[in-house]
Ligand binder design. Structure first.
Ligand code: 1Q0
Length: 215
């Protein structure tokens, strides 16, 4: 049906969305960023219920950003650059300890931004992997090099358990829904530089504004 088709994950579609993220002036469009994450969450959901705790958190963060975008100050949230400026100029970010702005756009996006680094590392491993490589190992290595340092022990443990039940490489490629493994590899090769660039631009912006440690 049209509805179930709509729910179906397509790698190409998600990566196209990330392509749209960067403006000519290298600003990051929040709407496309959020749409990219929505597509990823679809994939995660199609992998099984064990990933529910991860997808729930991602969905709630996506929703916070959507609420900012559609709120009365939505025009300030068109790009990540304008969001940072607006929230910083107006004292809307808790910079050193949690306070009255637990749902600031800056804080919320930082969580997804850190996860984007994991995605970048994981997909690069996937792209260069061979048939015998294990997705669970690639995923865990990417996680340990990125997100893990931001997560408490309980979360790291739960994540470790979830990685173990990831489908194998063939099934994983199948889920991506773009044909044979060669296609997956080609699409990843095309898209990864763009995802990396979105990550780098955001990282620099956050670094310049001392926002990389928002609690
Ligand atoms: C494929 C397996 C997916 C593995 C995802 C790795 C991330 C594990 C993270 C587990 C933590 C989730 C539980 C909540 C954590 C929060 O405490 C934490 C911090 O937020 P806060 O408010 O408590 O300070 N939240 C986060 O760190 C955000 C985590 C978001 C993770 C979103 C992952 C979306 C995954 C997409 C699957 C993509 C599959 C790859 C193939 C795609 C091909 C284009």
């Amino acid at each position: 049906s049209a509805a179930s088709q709509d729910q179906k994950f397509c790698l190409q579609e998600v990566l196209d969305t990330f392509k749209l993220c960067l403006s000519e002036k290298k600003e990051v469009y929040l709407q496309h960023y959020v749409d990219g994450w929505r597509g990823l969450v679809k994939l995660l959901n199609s992998l099984g219920n064990v990933f529910g705790f991860i997808s729930k958190d991602a969905v709630s963060k996506i929703q916070i950003l959507v609420n900012h975008l559609s709120g009365e100050n939505g025009s300030q949230y068109v790009t990540v650059q304008s969001m940072v400026k607006y929230e910083m100029d107006n004292g809307l970010v808790d910079l050193t300890k949690r306070g009255s702005h637990p749902e600031s756009g800056c804080r919320t996006l930082l969580r997804l931004h850190r996860a984007l680094r994991w995605l970048d590392l994981f997909l690069e491993r996937l792209r260069t992997s061979t048939e015998d490589d294990k997705t669970s190992v690639m995923c865990a290595e990417a996680y340990n090099q990125s997100l893990a340092r931001h997560h408490p022990w309980v979360v790291r443990t739960a994540a470790g358990v979830a990685f173990c039940v990831l489908p194998g490489r063939p099934a994983f490629f199948e889920v991506m829904n773009v044909g044979p493994p060669e296609n997956v590899v080609a699409i990843l090769g095309e898209a990864l530089p763009l995802i990396s660039e979105v990550y780098q631009v955001t990282e620099e912006l956050y670094a310049q504004n001392n926002l990389l440690d928002i609690p």
